[in-house]
Every structure is written in C-alpha cells, then in structure tokens.
Ligand binder design. Structure first.
Ligand SMILES: [Zn+2]
Ligand SMILES: [Zn+2]
Length: 364
C-alpha cells in the first residue's frame, strides 16, 4: 500500500480535515501520480454535504480535477512514463467490455459499471485497496488505471494550476460542442450562447472563443459583464431578466450551452435559438425544468445533454488547449483554506475556479 494524506469530510456538515489513508500498490495497468494541483468543483461540495446522495460514504476525500507528476507505473503501462506530467479527471475505471466502453464509442462515463474518482465503489478486494470507495484528488497521491490518466502536453506545463480545471469544467463544456455541434469544423463563425458564468461557464466561453465562435454570455445579473467581455473575451452579454434585450435577441444563436445547476426558467433562453438551433445542457438542477414541445417543434430545435467526455475526447481537449494556449482562470489556495473556499464558491466569489496547491500545502 502507498500511504497518502488527504482532506476528507467525515459527516454531512461537509467540513474537511486531515485524513490519513492508503492507496493501492500500483497494479500492472496503474499509474501513480504525486499530486501537484487539484481543482475545486461544485460537485465536491454537493457530495461532502450529502446534497446529491443522502448518505455518502464518509470519510470522503473529494477532488476530480487532478494534475501531478508520475512517480510509478505498472509493468503493462505504455503511454505514460515516470517523470511525466499527467492528469486524472472525473472517472477512474469502467467495465471495459460494454458498448459504451469500446474505443469507437469512447463513452465509458455512461458505462453502468463506471467508477468515478471519489465516493464510488472500486471493485478491488480489501487486500488490494483498503478504502471501501475511491478517494479523490484533495490528497498527496493517486493510483489510477492508465486508460483514465492523460498526458499533459509540455506546452501546458508553464501553468499547471490552470490545467487542472480542464479535467472537469473543461471537458464538461467541450463535450457537448463536440458531440452535438460538430466541433471546430462546424462551429467556426457560429453564434454560441453560454448560460451561467461560474467554473463551467467561463470554460465554455474560453473554449467557444478558441473554436472561433461569436460568444454571448447569458447571466442572471449585470455584475459579471465587464469581466466576461474584458477578461474572458466574450463578444456580447445578456441579462435574462432584461426582457427587452432578450426579446431583441430571439432566434439569434446557433448553439446554447447551459451550465447552470440551479432551477431556472428555460423559455426565454430557448427562444434565443435560431431555427435548427441546439440547446445543450451540462448542469444538474435539482428539480424538473418545464419546457413545451412547441419551443422545439416549431423551430426545428434540439435539446441535448452530456456528462463529462470519454478518455479519447479528454486527451483531445488537452492537446487542443496546448495548441491554442487555453487555461482556466484560477485562484490558487492552500489545502487548509478549502472550507472557506467552499463558502466563497457557493457565493460565486471566485474567478472562476479554486485550485489547491497540493505540493506546497505540506500535507505530510
Ligand atoms: Zn466536477
Ligand atoms: Zn462498460
């Protein structure tokens, strides 16, 4: 076993504190990373506070935006070597045999036996893995199957903290643009709307711009207008509640990516789509959102959703970001600031993602 120090929640207050545990000894197809940076995702708060699962498996170490240095590889590992900078995202394993897991499909995140990076039963016997469930990246090291470990291209090494959020916020907003909107070949010059400007939304804006789209941010308030346009490079900014402006913008967008995980009214947002437009959701609001078929039928619009992206697509995203110089905008924190960071994130008081500097947090 490999000793590891993490920050875990022990009950549903979700307050994190030090937790010592073991990672499995790397198996033949495993890679062990010494973690350098770990991004802080909204999912982490939902999990530790028992908001998504009423009885999460405690102790629970969250974190699924992980960048680290490879310290050990198993005998059958071929694409990753000791000393490489590599990354792990939201998923760490799957059955490997079903339709979703085939390389052509590259959809293991939809495998019914998918194993996620934390709070997921891992399928290893106690003799191999002493933790009952997977434990995430708010920790000093992680052992993961090679299939779910990604190479971080050298061009990204100058800002590894800004790479970590690509592993969840980045791939989550990249995937719908690839699956449903044709990727760069079809998106260049198209009009993209991004609903919400948190961790996910800011990545959607940056990736949309890098893909050559005209990007409009759709926000619930005026407060982020200047940052959206001056700092993130958005071309336009609309406030949902500004009925006049929303009406003027009807039928003007080709694709909308909706990143909001709170309940919200879709009618005025769907109405922004042109004939044939696509409304793509990646947020997970707690309740059903109502829509009328006529919003879609009468304008040949479609509604789609995606959950992260497969391993092949995730590596493609990292390669794209290396080529175009795309990073997340982050605020770097030490591990012991995480409980305050959760509160600030819930208050949208971060531009746009917290990333934990694991290596200099002196967890050992
Ligand atoms: Zn996430
Ligand atoms: Zn499978």
């Amino acid at each position: 076993m490999k000793s590891c120090v993490g920050y875990a929640a022990f009950e549903s207050s979700g307050k994190l504190s030090t937790y010592n545990f073991d990672r499995r000894e790397p198996q033949d197809d495993d890679v062990m990373l010494e973690i350098l940076y770990s991004g802080v995702c909204h999912s982490d708060v939902h999990w530790v506070r028992a908001e998504w699962n009423p009885s999460p498996p405690y102790p629970l170490v969250p974190g699924h935006e992980i960048v680290g240095r490879v310290a050990e590889v198993g005998a059958k590992v071929t694409k990753i070597a000791v000393g490489d900078i590599a990354a792990v995202g939201v998923q760490v394993d799957s059955c490997g045999e079903c339709k979703c897991c085939s390389d052509q499909r590259d959809d293991p995140q939809y495998c019914t036996k998918g194993v996620f990076t934390y709070a997921s039963p891992h399928g290893y016997p106690d003799s191999v893995e002493s933790e009952k469930v997977t434990q995430g990246g708010y920790s000093t090291r992680i052992v993961t199957r090679e299939k779910f470990v990604f190479s971080v291209p050298p061009a990204l090494h100058k800002n590894l903290a800004g790479v970590a959020p690509l592993l969840c916020a980045g791939i989550t907003t990249w995937a719908p643009l690839q699956y449903f909107a044709g990727g760069e070949a079809e998106l260049r010059g198209k009009k993209l709307g991004v609903v919400g400007l948190g961790g996910l939304g800011h990545m959607a804006v940056k990736l949309g711009k890098a893909l050559g789209c005209h990007v409009t941010v759709l926000s619930s308030s005026e407060s982020k207008r200047k940052a959206a346009i001056d700092e993130l490079g958005a071309d336009a900014y609309l406030v949902h509640k500004d009925k006049e402006a929303m009406k003027d913008a009807q039928c003007s967008l080709d694709v909308v990516v909706d990143t909001v995980s709170a309940d919200h009214d879709l009618e005025a947002l769907v109405a922004l789509l042109d004939v044939g437009g696509k409304y793509l959701v990646v947020g997970l609001p707690p309740h059903k959102l109502a829509f009328k078929n006529s919003w879609f039928v009468n304008k040949k619009r479609m509604l789609g959703g995606t959950l992260i992206g497969g391993p092949v697509m995730t590596q493609d995203l990292l390669n794209f970001c290396a080529e175009r110089g795309v990073y997340a905008d982050i605020e770097l924190i030490k591990m012991d600031a995480i409980n305050d960071a959760f509160e600030r994130m819930l208050a949208s008081d971060v531009k746009y993602r917290f990333v934990i500097d694991i290596a200099s947090s002196k967890l050992e």
